[in-house]
Design a protein around this ligand. Structure first.
Ligand code: UGA
Length: 442
């Protein structure tokens, strides 16, 4: 099929590269000139495992192209995706500016009947707004084309987006138009494993499914973090509890890891946007509000533990920090718990020596402070440091030389924000161990 994608950001680019890889011809429309330059030069503007190779391969094969010219991208397209950003507005609602701009541009440029697919995460009702806006613009042009707007939310995780796209748990397609459904089903056939991944809903339910999924996942994390705090007080180990509770198939083992709070560009924004949407409809959201509050508090627990260990003042102290990205395998630091921790340590007068395999440049841009020194490797972070805190569970942090660390860290302590280590083993190597919710070790 011939496809156009508006927005070559994270979602648009992964979608475009993957759909090109199964034989479609895809043109991505990107108006950011710097981003377009990088893409046309064969690069990608962010870190995502496997994506650069896939994009380059398909571009060379003539199946994936980049342009800033929407009409030319639409000239052969049967389906056009809207995959532009929906950042949080000042009041927490999703800012639909880019989506509505793209819709108006589509109305001005669409050259035939077309299926428009909204991939951006948008509040319930947006697809209908998009449909109305495109139809109005077509009418103004006197164009007779019939447009059908479908919702097709994405469930990609940063760091494994290519694999998630190629092996989806579900492909949600929200449309009330049989022709659009047939076209979308044909497009997604290569990913419809066992032919049971496709879930057809009405448009509004598809839009809502995306928010519902993200807030359920975020709720699990905040619940585990709250349980971890209680576990610490009562002397239980949240890691053992996770195993035991997760063994119930109704609960399941996935996404039950207590830690330093969730971050990223999706959970914080989507919970806020759903709470805002509910408020606009006169509904209160006590559970969603608590999930957010617990998360904000959770981002502060490590600083409190470090303060307790090193004494109330951190003046003159140095903290080594491993992991700045909000999760492994990405350079994304949006809403990352590391940023909250670094800011708090700096405000308390400490210096921070931080290392991350790929997020260093982004972190440097986010926090410009002489007290934050970003170093090129994990060991360098520990030079002259009093203690070490691990914030992101990159693989290279999983089995460090604890005895070596005991020799380097002046105050001989590890603050494990992801419960990566066995407390008894760490202690046997001469270090104090502080995790999240780990029994009698506060
Ligand atoms: C999330 C969802 O998982 C995707 O399904 C969704 O498509 C995406 O948002 C989106 O809306 O675009 P992502 O933000 O990439 O994906 O990252 P996750 O792997 O979900 O992790 C989010 C945060 O939760 C991270 O900070 C992670 O460290 C934290 N987390 C995750 C925990 O603290 N504990 C866990 O058990 C799992």
């Amino acid at each position: 099929m011939n496809l156009a994608i508006i927005g070559a950001g994270y979602v648009g680019l992964v979608t475009g590269a993957c759909l090109a890889d199964v034989g479609n011809r895809v043109v991505c429309v990107e108006r950011n000139t710097e981003r377009l330059r990088v893409l046309r030069g064969g690069g990608i503007p962010f870190f995502e495992p496997g994506l650069a190779e896939m994009a380059a391969h398909n571009a060379q094969a003539g199946r994936l192209a980049f342009t800033d010219d929407l009409p030319s991208a639409l000239s052969d397209a049967e389906i056009v995706f809207i995959a532009v950003g929906t950042p949080a507005d000042e009041d927490g609602s999703a800012d639909l500016g880019h989506v509505l701009e793209a819709s108006a541009a589509l109305g001005r440029a669409i050259p035939r009947d077309m299926v428009v697919v909204v991939k951006s995460t948008v509040p319930v009702g947006t697809c209908h707004r998009v449909q109305a806006l495109i139809e109005e613009t077509l009418r103004e042009r006197g164009a007779p084309w019939r447009v059908s707007v479908a919702s097709n939310p994405e469930f990609l995780k940063e760091g494994s987006a290519v694999d998630d796209f190629q092996r989806p748990d579900r492909i949600v397609i929200g449309t009330e138009d049989a022709r659009a459904l047939r076209l979308m089903a044909a497009l997604y056939a290569p990913y419809n494993r066992n032919r049971d991944r496709l879930i057809h809903t009405d448009v509004r339910s598809a839009e809502f499914t995306k928010y519902a999924s993200n807030v359920m996942l975020a709720t699990r994390i905040s619940l585990m973090n709250e349980l971890a705090r209680i576990a610490e007080k009562v002397g239980a180990d949240i890691e053992a509890v996770r195993h035991g509770a997760g063994a119930d198939p109704r609960i399941g083992h996935h996404f039950l890891y207590a830690g330093v709070g969730y971050g990223g560009s999706c959970f914080p924004k989507d919970i806020q946007a759903l709470a805002r949407l509910a408020a606009d409809h006169g509904e209160s959201t006590p559970l969603l509000d608590s999930v957010q509050r617990v998360n904000e508090e959770q981002k502060r627990v490590m600083a409190a533990k470090i303060r307790r260990h090193l004494g109330p003042s951190l003046h003159g102290r140095c903290v080594a920090l491993w992991g700045l990205a909000f999760k492994p395998n990405t350079d994304d630091i949006r809403e990352a718990p590391s940023l909250a921790l670094v800011r708090e340590l700096l405000a308390d007068g400490a210096t921070v020596r931080a290392y991350d395999p790929v997020a260093a440049d982004n972190a440097r841009r986010a926090i410009d402070h002489p007290g934050l020194v970003i170093v090129p490797n994990a060991l360098a972070a520990c030079e002259g440091a009093d203690v070490l805190t691990v914030v992101t569970e990159w693989r290279e942090f999983k089995s460090p030389d604890f005895r070596g660390l005991a020799g380097r860290l002046k105050s001989r302590a590890i603050f494990d924000g992801r419960n990566l280590y066995d407390p008894e083993y760490v202690e046997s190597c001469g270090l104090a161990y502080y995790g999240i919710g780990r029994g009698a070790r506060p």
